[in-house]
Design a protein around this ligand. Sequence first.
Ligand code: HEM
Ligand SMILES: CC(C)=CCC/C(C)=C/CC/C(C)=C/COP(=O)(O)OP(=O)(O)O
Length: 303
Amino acid sequence: MTDMTSDLTLDHRGGASAGDFIELLKPRVMSLVVFTGLAGIVLAPGHIHPFLAAVAVLCIAVGAGASGAINMWYDRDIDAVMTRTAKRPIPSGRVEPAEALGFGITLSVLSVVVMGLAVNWTAAALLALTIGFYVLVYTMWLKRRTPQNIVIGGAAGAFPPMIGWAAVTGGVDLPSILLFLLIFLWTPPHFWALALFRNGDYTRAGVPMMPVVAGAAATKRQMLAYTLVLLPVAAAPSFVGIAGPVYLAVSLVLGLMFVACAVRVLRAADDGPAKKMFGFSILYLFLLFAVMMAERLILGGWA
Ligand code: HEM
Ligand SMILES: CC(C)=CCC/C(C)=C/CC/C(C)=C/COP(=O)(O)OP(=O)(O)O
């Protein structure tokens, strides 16, 4: 009996840790998602109590992480065969699938309800829509069916600034739609850069990502097209009252660098430029939102 108890204790120690549950929340990806949500709060006109702003950011973080956990529950079969994801908590057996699903659903509901009760129900509805879009539309419906999966499903990742904006204003306005559009157009070059050098993973898992279905050359041409369309859209915040001249200059310089990345990827025969472009895509989006917020906070409103 004593032996059994100690065995159970050992089993438990070898099982799920708090770190495994944190890993289910995809913290690295979601940190930038939350940052864009914070930007929505900072850029929106009007006032929100700093405590409520913090609650709104926390709800976006918890909701984003929760949807990541449900995604890991649903994708556990393909995650197990992809090198990049095989060591995740579910495929490696550290977390039971049902535990991850329960964890994800509980935190999703909690984040939406707290957002609604403490902040407002427009922000809560947008948060629920975002979670639903990532889990139902992207993960369950499109990801395994069409190479346009991340174009359409990518809308999920573009909603957070609108959620932040709605937390302050209670509504949806043109500037917040523009921030949505910026991330929406950024997502294909961001993700396809990774998909190009992880093509083996997606092919093995049978996921119809663009490079798997259309080939590398066609994917690279589309990436270039998206970076070119992104250039004026990323500059537009300076013309709708949420950013100023510093942001305009920065967005044009970074945008041209993003286009240059895409051109290098188009011409390359190896994976090097695609890896660089993936890294730059993250820096690009972080800097755009950081400069937008900094200019707003330091120099004041534009509207
Ligand atoms: C449907 C849209 C998107 C797809 C399919 C996608 C896909 C991916 C994938 C597969 C990775 C590698 C993750 C890993 O190795 O664990 C990644 C990394 C990353 N993504 Fe995205 N992404 C999307 C949207 C976004 C959005 C909207 C943001 C932020 C606003 C974002 C920020 C990041 C960051 C920061 C990383 C790097 C994480 C790290 O350093 O490990 N992604 N993305
Ligand atoms: C507020 C809120 C709910 C935000 C959600 C934001 C969101 C939808 C982010 C999507 C980014 C993401 C982790 C994509 C990964 O694709 P994948 O799942 O195919 O990648 P994987 O292969 O790494 O699992």
